[in-house]
Each structure stands twice: as structure tokens, then as C-alpha cells.
Design a protein around this ligand. Structure first.
Ligand code: PHE
Length: 450
């Protein structure tokens, strides 16, 4: 079978488990292990977790089902999908926005952090623990990100690994890698949790993480939770739409979506369980923002017996999570080039990879200082625009499209032409028609601040 152009028979996932592992691989990423815990720390602990869960169930999951349905019906990558469905060209905006603005921009900063994980895997074994033990993990991090050439080298390495897998194709590259990496990730996570919760003094962390104080909620909490839910579930950029386009017609979309969103949520919750008890047990503060994984945690590991091994395992986990997500971002951009310009997969991956590397350079170098965009460096600006603007906007448009302009076809797609019973169909319709668009619009209005 050739997938070298859009006219050849379209490649599909090899099996249901393989597809769910690939979708979960996309969803589970830096968002779950790096970002979710630091937002919990910043946005007030357990109360944020509760809001996050509600948003994921009533907004994230329904939007995911919608994206899968569009993708499977169209059998095309996002930019061409709406044309294939014969709907107004306006909706192609979802595809363009997702692929060009979202896919490329997200991957450009995602790779930078992906590169950090490689640096930290190596450093864990070569002296990071001594540095962190002396209280210098913050200096270590700032001097690393201050040397742009190092950041770029690791970023390029990370991207090269991602490209290596995506060149292999949908089932032989991405699916195969995810089927090995995702279970391994889970095992590492369990080892880290056991270590963390058995440390003396772990209870304070469990309390912070598990007992909500709703007085801490602000408009920003909701915006953060919403942006995080979309980011973590890989929604709004056409990723799940693309993955949906490789799903066979006999597959059950609602249950596959529930599995994907469920695994993603469980891993985010488990990441908090691995991190907070250890952070509190070792006497650190949880609210250190983006530095939680890269500054606070090395210091936490350095104080543990055999900390080097746990540090190594943690960053390996982070790397596995990141690389299975970056594959999905690259796949969307590559699928676009394959279908739109009739490139071979190899040409598409090389071409797109090169553009993304170049686009990532401002993100990488901005960490060392340099021009700011209205007070934010390029990296923060790219992250903000993607998570708080493009992802919610893409998800808003996808739910409005499905809920108001394409509902009968969507229902046909989701129920496999009426053959499949979906008990939550009416709830889902409510969510995509009203709950998701209104909540996104409101949260936007209330919480959007540069
Ligand atoms: N879901 C991934 C994560 O949690 C990130 C991602 C976002 C991947 C959007 C693809 C699209 O890290």
C-alpha cells in the first residue's frame, strides 16, 4: 500500500488497541506531566483539578468525539477535510488555523521542551544530582537555557527522533512506537508514584493535591483549565481529526474517545500523585510554575536515596510522553503536505521538519533574553497564543460546525450509520451545541489576559 499521495489508498491504523495507543500517545505528553502539575501548583491545588475534570468531561470529550467524526467521515487531513465533506469553504478555516498556525507553532515550542528532556536524561546520570543537592538546580537550568546553541542542538535531536518515527508511516511508525512507549511510560509512572507517596511527610502533598479549597478559584483558573484540557487532549488543532481520518468504518468512535480521554486524564492525575507528595516531603513549594519539573524536581530527587535513578526515570518518562505527542503534531503537518502538494511521505516529513526547526529557533533563543512581544518572550507568547487562543478557538469552531451545521451527518458517523447504540447521544448533542461553545465563549471573555 502506498500513502505517497492523497489518491492512493489511505493508510489506516493496524488495530483498535494500536489506534487508541496512538491517540493516547498524542494526548499524553508534556501537557500531562510537565504542564498539568505546575498549573495545579499555580492555580490553587485540588480546586483546579476539580474544574479541570468537569471541563474535560463536558467540553473536551465531546469535542474529541466531534473531531474524530469529522476526520473519519472526510478521510482527509484537516485542510482538505471540509472540502471533502462538501460544506462551506469557511469551515476550512478550522483546518488552516489548526495546521498552519497551530500545528507548526505548537510544535516549534514543544520541540524546545522536548529537547530539554533529552538534556535532563543525560544530566541526571552525569552530575545533575550533585548540582541540585548543592541548591543550584535553578542556576543549572538558567545556564542551560541561556546557551541557545545547546537548546537548539537538543531541540533538533528531539525533532530528528520524531521525524524518524513519522517517516515510518501511520501504522508502521507512529502506531508501533506508541504501542511500546505508552505501556513503558505507565510502568515508570507507577514506580515513581510508589517512591513518592512512601516518603516521610508525603501527606502534606496529598492534602494539597486532593482536598479542594474553592475560595482560590479565579477567572484565570477557568481559562487555564480550559486551555489545559484542550492542550492535553490534543484538541483544536485538527490532530484528532487527522487521527480520525485513519480510523476504519467499523470502529466505535464514542468508546475510543472515552478511552483516549480517560487514559489522558488518569496519567495527568497520576503525574500529580508522583510529584506533589515528593515536593512537599522534601520541603519544597509547589507553585514554582514552569520550573516545577526542571528546577524543583531535580532538587527533590537529589534529596532522595538513589535519586539519580528516579531523576533519570522521570525525565525518560517525560521524553516518551513528549515524543509520542510531537509525532502527532508532525503527522498533521506532514499529512497536509502529502495531500495538498502530493509529496511522498519522506519529502513531506523532511520539508515540514525543516520549517519547524527554523520556526523553533526564536522560541529556543528567546529563553536567553532578546526581543519581547508586548512583554512576553517568544516562547511564552507562542505557548499563550496556542493554548489560550488557538486551541479553544479551533475547538469552538469544531463544536459549532458539528452541532449546528453538520449534526445529522455527525450522528450517522458516530453511530456507524445507526448500527451502533450510543447511550449518551443526547448529552453529547447538548454539549457540542450549547455547553462547549457557550463555555468557551464565556471563559474567553472572562479570562483572556496577555
Ligand atoms: N496533548 C499533548 C500534551 O499533552 C500536546 C499536544 C497538543 C499535542 C496539541 C498535539 C496537539 O502534551
Amino acid at each position: 500500500m502506498s500513502d505517497s499521495d492523497g489518491l492512493a489508498k489511505r493508510e489506516h491504523w493496524g488495530s483498535r488497541v494500536g489506534f487508541i495507543m496512538a491517540a493516547a500517545g498524542s494526548a499524553i505528553g508534556l501537557g500531562n506531566i510537565w504542564r498539568f502539575p505546575y498549573l495545579v501548583g499555580k492555580d490553587g491545588g485540588a480546586a483546579f483539578v476539580v474544574i479541570y475534570l468537569i471541563i474535560t468531561l463536558f467540553i473536551g470529550l465531546p469535542v474529541m468525539i466531534a473531531e474524530f467524526a469529522i476526520g473519519r467521515a472526510a478521510q482527509k487531513a484537516p485542510v482538505l477535510a471540509f472540502k471533502a465533506l462538501n460544506v462551506s469553504p469557511f469551515w476550512s478555516l478550522i483546518g488552516w488555523m489548526g495546521t498552519i498556525a497551530g500545528g507548526f507553532l505548537t510544535l516549534s515550542f514543544y520541540n524546545v521542551v522536548g529537547g530539554w528532556t533529552i538534556k535532563y536524561i543525560i544530566s541526571s546520570l552525569t552530575g545533575l544530582m550533585e548540582i541540585a543537592d548543592a541548591g543550584n538546580s535553578g542556576d543549572f537550568f538558567s545556564s542551560f537555557i541561556g546557551q541557545s546553541y545547546q537548546v537548539i542542538v537538543f531541540q533538533a535531536l528531539f525533532l530528528a527522533i520524531t521525524m524518524g518515527v513519522v517517516i515510518g508511516g501511520v501504522s508502521k511508525g507512529i502506531e508501533r512506537a506508541c504501542k511500546v512507549l505508552m505501556p513503558t511510560l505507565f510502568v515508570i509512572m507507577i514506580i515513581l508514584i510508589i517512591r513518592s507517596v512512601t516518603l516521610p511527610g508525603a501527606e502534606a502533598g496529598l492534602k494539597f493535591y486532593l482536598s479542594p479549597d474553592f475560595s482560590k478559584l479565579t477567572g484565570e483558573t477557568f481559562l487555564d483549565a480550559l486551555g489545559q484540557s484542550f492542550f492535553s487532549l490534543s484538541l483544536g488543532l485538527g490532530i484528532m481529526l487527522t487521527y480520525g481520518s485513519y480510523i476504519g468504518k467499523e470502529e466505535q468512535l464514542p468508546s475510543s474517545s472515552a478511552w483516549t480521554a480517560g487514559l489522558d486524564t488518569v496519567i495527568a492525575l497520576l503525574a500529580g500523585l508522583a510529584i506533589f507528595p515528593a515536593v512537599f516531603a522534601m520541603g519544597f513549594e509547589p507553585g514554582s510554575g514552569a520550573g516545577l519539573s526542571f528546577i524543583t524536581l531535580p532538587a527533590v530527587f537529589a534529596k532522595m536515596p538513589a535519586g539519580m535513578i528516579f531523576s533519570f526515570l522521570f525525565f525518560l518518562l517525560l521524553f516518551f510522553a513528549a515524543v509520542t505527542s510531537s509525532m502527532s503534531l508532525l503527522e498533521v503537518a506532514a499529512a497536509f503536505a502529502i495531500e495538498k502538494f502530493h509529496m511522498t511521505r519522506k519529502e513531506a516529513v523532511y520539508g515540514v521538519g525543516f520549517i519547524i526547526l527554523v520556526l523553533g529557533i526564536p522560541s529556543a533563543t528567546s529563553l536567553a533574553g532578546g526581543p519581547k512581544i508586548y512583554g512576553k518572550d517568544f516562547f511564552d507568547a507562542a505557548e499563550y497564543v496556542c493554548n489560550n487562543v488557538l486551541l479553544p478557538l479551533g475547538s469552538f469552531l469544531a463544536s459549532v460546525f458539528v452541532g449546528w451545521f453538520w449534526l445529522p451527518q455527525a450522528i450517522k458517523e458516530i453511530t456507524n450509520d445507526g448500527k451502533l447504540k450510543f447511550g449518551w447521544l443526547n448529552t453529547w448533542i447538548w454539549c457540542v451545541r450549547f455547553v462547549a461553545p457557550l463555555a468557551i465563549a464565556y471563559i474567553f471573555y472572562a479570562g483572556l489576559k496577555w
